[in-house]
Design a protein around this ligand. Structure first.
Ligand code: HXC
Length: 280
């Protein structure tokens, strides 16, 4: 059964704005990334979502396809972002079946809570491998398609035709440092640096690269790993956890005409939480 639009996308966006476009998303079987892709599909895009679990990824692809009549959504499991060859094969299949790639979300992540004393060298490296190297591999495997899309869709002030855009999903841990999250903080600092460098190196060829950073979002695996229920005050000035819709809206903002002049930026969608004192 189709999920109602109001759960994953605001009513302000116009249907059809991504007609004929294709989005490729790693971590697309997860709660946040699937909402981002569902929103893009609702607004006209076709999609390929990538994951490590075949059944979960294929089921999510079917579910996302219900967002729009006629939508094509491929789910490719058995892809590990730590292995670029598996990503390259997925890109090849996406191009064959959907015709190209206009937008990329590098969303695959691995995380857990651990003090440094409980973190083996391999545990630390595993998170760097999934988050940082995995984001780089995603960029590297999709870059030829992003360049083709950017060339086809020139981004000018008068006609900001959209294509050739990438969003990296990050975190705010590294702005302040974070106990029990050393591994993720280091990994996501690398992701932010990767995005900024792509923005500078490939902006002249029409590609935009930005980071989207979710705060605490209700109903996600990340929050379940942190205990699952919202504490009083939610730890941020807005005093509530966010919704996947609020992350999907940020995604549509960055990928549509509205984000045409945004490049090398970090969009933090966390209710102001990372700025808030611990007492809030
Ligand atoms: C300490 C741990 C650990 C834990 C695993 N390791 N879990 N160390 N505390 N809780 C260690 C293992 O002992 C091993 O080190 C090394 O990490 C690799 O573990 P594997 O299980 O072999 O790796 P792998 O199967 O590749 O799994 C990767 C993973 C796993 C990151 C450990 O949790 C995973 O696949 N997660 C994917 C989904 C996910 O994490 N989603 C959350 C994203 S949300 P040794 O030395 O024994 O070999 C998010 C928001 C914040 O990021 C969430 C806050 C928690």
């Amino acid at each position: 059964m189709a999920i109602p639009r109001s759960q994953y996308l605001s009513s302000v966006w116009r249907d059809g704005i991504f007609d004929g476009k294709v989005i490729f998303c790693t971590g697309g079987g997860g709660t946040i990334c699937s909402a981002q892709v569902r929103a893009m599909v609702h607004l006209g895009a076709n999609a390929c979502i990538i994951g490590r679990n075949v059944a979960k990824t294929e089921a999510m692809a079917k579910s996302i396809a219900t967002a729009r009549k006629g939508a094509k959504v491929i789910g490719i499991g058995e892809v590990d972002v730590r292995r670029i060859d598996t990503l390259e094969k997925a890109v090849e299949r996406t191009v064959k079946e959907l015709g190209g790639i206009d937008y990329v979300i590098a969303g695959a992540a691995g995380n857990f809570l651990s003090p440094i004393s409980g973190l083996s060298a391999n545990a630390f490296k595993t998170v760097i491998d999934i988050d940082t190297i995995g984001s780089y591999n995603t960029l590297k495997a999709t870059l030829p398609q992003l360049l083709i899309s950017a060339a086809k869709n020139p981004n000018t002030a008068t006609n900001p035709s959209t294509g050739g855009r990438i969003i990296f999903i990050s975190a705010t841990f590294h702005y302040t440092g974070m106990p029990l999250q050393t591994h993720a903080a280091v990994a996501k600092a690398g992701v932010d640096a990767l995005s900024a460098s792509v923005a500078l190196e490939y902006g002249p060829r029409g590609i935009t690269s930005n980071v989207l950073t979710p705060g605490p979002i209700a109903g996600t695996e990340g929050m379940a790993r942190l205990g699952g229920s919202q504490p009083e005050g939610a730890g941020n000035p807005l005093q509530r956890w966010g919704s996947v819709k609020e992350i999907a809206d940020g995604t549509v903002y960055l990928f549509s005409d509205t984000g045409s002049y945004v490049n090398g930026e970090v969009l933090v969608v966390d209710g102001g939480g990372w700025r808030a004192p611990a007492s809030m």
